[in-house]
Write a protein that binds this ligand. Sequence first.
Ligand code: FAD
Length: 414
Amino acid sequence: MAKTPTVIVAGAGVVGLATAALLATGRCADRLRVVVLDARPVPRWRGDQMDPRVYALSRASQQLLGEIGVWERVAQSRAAPYARMRVWEGADAYAPSALDFDSADIGEPNLGHIVEDALLRTVLADALGAAQEAQLVVGAQIESIEVQAEEAVVALKEGGTMRATALLAADGTDSTVRRLLALPVAGHRYEQTAVVTHVQSSKSHDGTAWQRFLPGGPLALLPLSDGSSSIVWSLPTLEAERLLAASDAEFLAELAAATAGVIGELTACSKRVGFPLQALHALRYTAPRVALLGDAAHTVHPLAGQGMNLGLLDAASVAAVIEDAVLAGEDVGDLKVLRRYERERKGDNLAMLAAFDGLNRLFRLPEWASPLRGLGLRAVEAAHPVKRLLMQKALGLDAGRRHRVRWSRAELQA
Ligand SMILES: Cc1cc2nc3c(=O)[nH]c(=O)nc-3n(C[C@H](O)[C@H](O)[C@H](O)COP(=O)(O)OP(=O)(O)OC[C@H]3O[C@@H](n4cnc5c(N)ncnc54)[C@H](O)[C@@H]3O)c2cc1C
């Protein structure tokens, strides 16, 4: 009997866990062994505290989590739907040039949900734990990789080796797998740092995601289910460092001015955390027996809240490619198989990276460019088909369909 192929996923972030869970619960669950390795333990969501790290998940990401069977638990635990998004620059959030997206305009109940990182990782790790042929190994740092004719041999710093028919690297923007295999990347640092915190406010966020383009970088206010808002404020790094070190009162005063009062007075904030920002794109996503996905393959500016959504589309694509290969009796680690995933995803990821990079640059241009920006926003607001297209992109529905996000098992069987 042929040996059961082993897929090792490096990284138990959301992208790695979702990829592993798709494979371990999908069409070929009984024909694959799936092992996830992470250097650190997976955080457990307890519910008594809001995780500072949250994601604006698109509808396509939600569908994908539904396919794995974990969305219901996410929604019941804590997920904040948002039905509107308002994007503006300048002092007035309601100026005619502001962009207003409303899910009702495209007949959808919402534009997406805000969900905590720890909650996503908890439900995905549990789904993996319940699967027959899956294993999550934490405290396992990859030290070296030797690619042989039929396997990749992964040596761990803690001792021991593991053999993979295919090694999927979802080990984040500083990917060890990418470095060990010397896979080249292009990119640049933004010299910006995102300051992330949650704030309480006197006015309701009204289920709206707010985004203001400021000269130093974009400021996002994401609505949370307990009425507070998650702040992602991208700033020149020196300014971010100053605000990270400031007292709560000083920070809230500066933030209040930046929010232009859209959620009223800011009354309290949680611990502030800084994320240095960069753009990065792997020139190749694949090598024999290896594929990069999520932030290991592409790291985008958080201004549109799409990094995780793109990573989850990678997960859907690579899982579908591997399952098709298993069903066709192919070697799942063969470069020609893994290249199918690269061909499906690279163009879209690169286009999104370039779009977010361009937007960040446009809005950081000096004052003279302001009319240009206002003109751009007004043009989008007035052109309904363009606006509709942007909304479809943000929802991830077009890419979801193309990249075989499996909408439901029933649909799959039909
Ligand atoms: C401020 C900010 C806000 C954001 N907001 C949004 C948003 O609203 N919506 C959205 O879609 N995206 C958002 N993003 C982007 C999103 O955070 C990333 O795209 C996403 O976390 C990438 O997930 P990942 O699983 O690929 O990598 P990671 O989350 O970085 O996970 C990588 C995992 O690999 C492990 N690892 C690393 N090295 C090794 C090793 N050598 N051996 C074993 N394990 C290893 C790590 O411990 C980690 O668990 C935001 C990003 C930032 C910075």
